[in-house]
Design a protein around this ligand. Structure first.
Ligand code: NAP
Ligand code: GDD
Length: 335
């Protein structure tokens, strides 16, 4: 039985990856932060389904700032694969807490790579490492963006991810480690954090229809993103660690839409044509520097991993709207 260690186990991607690894028969170890409130809502169902055969799923308290703890976990668990998804992942927030973001999102990767390097020196075992790199690293470099595109990050988050990206490549080259970067473009789902724009929109619409909110306050509607479905992106992450040789891959759909287009499509799925009545611009959601346009060129992943996206933009918007309407449906008033 293969063993995997997943950081960011309680996040959107962590939850899909853990489901996938358990389905494939892995023993899965997740890193979880101590919190004063429950923070396992995305993975609770993995414990709860009584129809599942016994799953080998374990959670360990820790924090990416804590070198000793990370090191201990790598040495104790002795995983075959490490999926490093944990991060301060919010771009706007990274302008408010840049040092913390550099520590967790940047140095966090270094701490894990160092622990793996030292483990491999003293044990007769190799550990494969996946770094959750980001299209945010391309920043202001014009699209389409692929593995050869240069980086020009536009946020403390983007800068931290560039550091982690290059550190991953450096450890691969310097210590012959199986360390890869998955450069993933924006991926969303019904489990997306509520403050990222797609989920903020679909949840906001459901709350308006339920009579809980009157308006949806947003920032820059002109930014363009390449949005895909998170579950499929975690399949790509797993595939990267199953290759014969370590390499870096761009994952995205190759299609771009503006935030405004997402808003229009989401309101339409909820049966509202006049979205402008409900949306207000609040400059507090603007960023000091913005990433204007992202479009993936995922041809390398299509060719080498045989990975391609299945969920279209419209289906993604619909599934997110439907799920938020279902969550808030007890409160939805008769039209
Ligand atoms: P997410 O939902 O924000 O999850 C982030 C995870 O990191 C959570 O489990 C969080 O724990 C954990 N975390 C945060 N700070 C930590 C710390 N100090 N110590 C330990 N764990 C910590 O993010 P996601 O969307 O799943 O993304 C997963 C990874 O992919 C991130 O590295 C992100 O930067 C990267 N990425 C995401 C996208 C995307 O579009 N989703 C695209 C490219 C790259 P709590 O639950 O306790 O907060
Ligand atoms: N969050 C947010 N809230 N974004 C808004 C809002 C708002 O009210 N209004 C407009 N936007 C715009 C942002 O300015 C940005 O251009 C776009 O919507 C997308 O914002 P987010 O959903 O916060 O995502 P992101 O692109 O900044 O970052 C996400 O994708 C990256 C990959 O490119 C995150 O998941 C990162 O962790 C990830 O690396």
């Amino acid at each position: 039985m293969k063993k995997a260690f997943v950081t960011g186990a309680t996040g959107q991607d962590g939850s899909y990856l853990i489901e996938l690894l358990l389905e494939k028969g892995y023993e899965v170890h997740g890193l979880i932060r101590r919190s004063s409130t429950f923070n396992t809502s995305r993975i609770d169902h993995v414990y709860q389904d009584p129809h599942e055969k016994k799953l080998h799923f374990y959670l360990h308290y820790g924090d990416l700032s804590d070198t000793g703890n990370i090191r201990k976990l790598i040495f104790d668990i002795q995983p075959d694969e490490v999926y490093h998804l944990g991060a301060q992942s919010h771009v706007r927030v990274s302008f408010d807490i840049p040092e913390y973001t550099a520590d967790i999102t940047g140095l966090g990767a270094l701490r894990i790579l160092e622990a793996i390097k030292d483990f491999e020196k003293s044990h007769d075992k190799k550990i494969r490492f996946y770094q959750a790199s980001s299209s945010e690293m391309f920043g202001s470099t014009p699209p389409p963006q692929n593995e050869k595109t240069s980086f020009h990050p536009r946020s403390p988050y983007g800068c931290a991810k560039v550091f982690a990206y290059h550190t991953t490549v450096n450890y691969r080259e310097a210590y012959n480690m199986f360390a890869v970067n998955g450069v993933l473009f924006n991926h969303e789902s019904e489990r997306r954090g509520e403050t990222f724009v797609t989920r903020k929109i679909t949840r906001g619409i459901a709350r308006i229809l339920a009579g809980l909110d009157k308006k949806l306050y947003l920032g820059n509607l002109n930014a363009r993103r390449d949005w895909g479905y998170a579950k499929e992106y975690m399949e790509a992450a797993w595939m990267m660690l199953q290759q014969d040789k370590p390499d870096d891959y761009v994952i995205g759909t190759g299609e771009t839409h503006s935030v405004k287009e997402f808003v229009q499509a989401a309101f339409k799925h909820a049966g509202i044509s006049d979205w402008k009545k409900y949306v207000e611009i609040d400059p507090r959601y603007y960023r000091p520097t913005e990433v204007d346009s992202l479009i993936a060129d995922p041809s390398k992943a299509r060719k080498k991993l045989k990975w391609k996206p299945k969920t279209t933009f419209d289906s993604l918007v619909r599934l997110m709207v439907e799920e938020d309407l279902r969550v808030y449906s007890p409160n939805i008033k008769e039209a």
